[in-house]
Write a protein that binds this ligand. Structure first.
Ligand SMILES: Cc1ncc(COP(=O)(O)O)c(C=O)c1O
Length: 471
């Protein structure tokens, strides 16, 4: 086995442990979970130091420590290798279907979780333990902790132009949970038909179906949802699910005329608009476009999430519902909201101390740069077209020319064989057969030190995939 790089091994160095300890822990993890097996050489100290942005002396010290603990052996003049005793059997845990462990992660919708503000979170937890009243350990209010609802009300009106107040907000376990509760509540009220964007995030259709509502696909064009088609549906719908700030996966921003037309349609039909505001904070060419909800707080159910700005692992999202829906929605959510009160308080603390705003400020230029680089490299391939949409954490790349006929499903499978994770565009359509072929690529997930190498691998892989298809 030849020496692999830090990126190929998906080494994640937790700098909060300190540099040397972080490098040691990353290698120990790789040995324990089988990414490095008995006899495999460790990366050369020089290349690992360069990849991880630490000194060579730090890596040498980490290797010595691993050798002292029995994880590695090194003989003079030869590579340090994984020792017999240090390796454990490969875990046979079920793989996580929401986070396939592929080394080069361009799966859409994932932020760079290595940027999580661990120290701020630690400080917040310490403050909570020192100061919070005992009632935080009791059953939380089904709407969520008042401290978080207050903090969010301020943040949402400031950052997303949402018209809200703490009593209008409910805290739930991620956008998926919000969608499920809203769908269930609508179904209970006999409002069983919901218009959805076509294309859209495919598993949200399943969430709605499981909640008991029927999805009615409405096409999307370069400006987002074709609002004009809502009036032309054969059977009317009771609600519409829409991503106005940044349509997923196409990337369009719903223009002002369509926003007004959508609100007007909802009023005329006594229908609800469910606004998926999943990554509205990330806009690169102008100030973020405010939420649709601000135009019609009486018609729009606004849902935001911490999954892009902080981390999907927190499972934290919030619903601002029109007054007439609140009581019923809370009865549906009741005890199932499922977010720990302590986590809610820690998140509230982060908002109050300006950490959430700071994260967005730090990450915005970083993601913008990644997006520009990814786009430029994809454009060079000549068979992939990417739209302008300067926002979010994803890029929708369509196959063009002869490539328009290439099955994106097969290409995604071929990428996975080379440890590159991407998702096919056609799968996002209500009818994938005959839908446009392309890729939906996320550029948020790789940690900063690994992005360049992963991007190179993605491009080389796509070149190889194309070469196979050309005579
Ligand atoms: C279109 C869309 N909506 C919402 C979300 C956020 O979902 P959650 O809060 O469940 O992580 C995502 C995440 O990928 C998304 O792509």
């Amino acid at each position: 086995m030849s020496r692999r790089t830090a990126t190929e091994l998906a080494l994640h160095v937790d700098l909060s442990l300190g540099r040397r300890a972080g490098v040691e822990a990353a290698l120990r993890d790789a040995i324990r979970d089988g990414r490095l097996r008995v006899g495999d050489p460790l990366p050369s100290t020089r290349s690992l130091a360069a990849d991880l942005g630490v000194s060579r002396a730090t890596v040498v010290a980490a290797y010595e420590q691993l050798a002292a603990e029995g994880y590695a052996t090194g003989e003079v003049g030869s590579a340090t290798r994984v020792a017999e005793v240090g390796a454990v059997a490969h875990s046979d845990d079920d793989p996580n279907p929401l986070a396939p462990e592929l080394t080069h992660d361009f799966h859409p919708g994932r932020p760079d979780v290595s940027a999580f503000p661990r120290r701020d979170w630690q400080r917040a937890v310490r403050r909570i333990m020192n100061e919070a009243p005992d009632d935080v350990f009791g059953y939380p209010h089904p709407r969520g902790r008042p401290e978080l609802r207050r903090a969010l009300a301020g943040y949402l009106s400031r950052a997303r132009s949402v018209v809200t107040d703490p009593s209008a907000i409910s805290i739930v376990g991620g956008f998926v949970a919000a969608l499920s509760f809203v769908g269930e509540h609508l179904a209970r009220c006999g409002r069983r038909r919901i218009a959805v964007e076509d294309p859209m995030l495919f598993f949200h259709r399943d969430v709605l179906r499981q909640a008991g509502v029927e999805c009615v696909p409405v096409p999307v064009d370069g400006d987002g949802l074709r609002v004009d088609l809502l009036d032309r549906l054969a059977d009317s719908v009771d609600a519409v699910l829409v991503c106005p700030a940044h349509q997923y996966p196409i990337g369009a921003t719903l223009p002002a005329e369509r926003r007004t037309a959508l609100v007007d349609w909802a009023r005329r039909h006594d229908a609800w608009v469910v606004e998926d505001d999943y990554d509205g904070e990330f806009r690169y060419d102008r100030r973020p476009v405010g939420a649709l909800q601000g135009l019609a707080p009486d018609r729009v159910i606004h849902v935001g999430t911490a999954s892009k700005t902080l981390a999907p692992g927190l499972r934290l999202a919030w619903i601002t519902a029109p007054a007439s829906l609140r009581r019923g929605l809370i009865a549906t959510i009741n005890v199932r909201a499922g977010v720990s009160a302590l986590e809610q308080l820690a998140f509230a603390d982060l908002i109050e101390h300006g950490v959430l705003d700071r994260q967005v400020r730090i990450l915005r230029p970083r993601y913008r740069e990644r997006r520009d680089r990814l786009r430029a490299r994809l454009d060079e391939l000549g068979w992939i077209d990417t739209p302008d949409g300067a926002a979010g954490l994803n890029l929708c790349a369509r196959f063009v020319g002869e490539a328009a006929a290439w099955s994106d499903r097969t290409i995604v499978a071929e990428c996975a064989e080379r440890s590159v994770s991407v998702i096919e565009l056609s799968r996002h359509y209500a009818v994938p057969d005959g839908a446009p072929n392309g890729l939906v690529l996320g550029f948020g997930a790789p940690p900063e030190h690994a992005f360049d190498a992963s991007l190179d691998t993605l491009i080389v892989t796509l070149e190889a995939v194309a070469a196979r298809r050309r005579p």
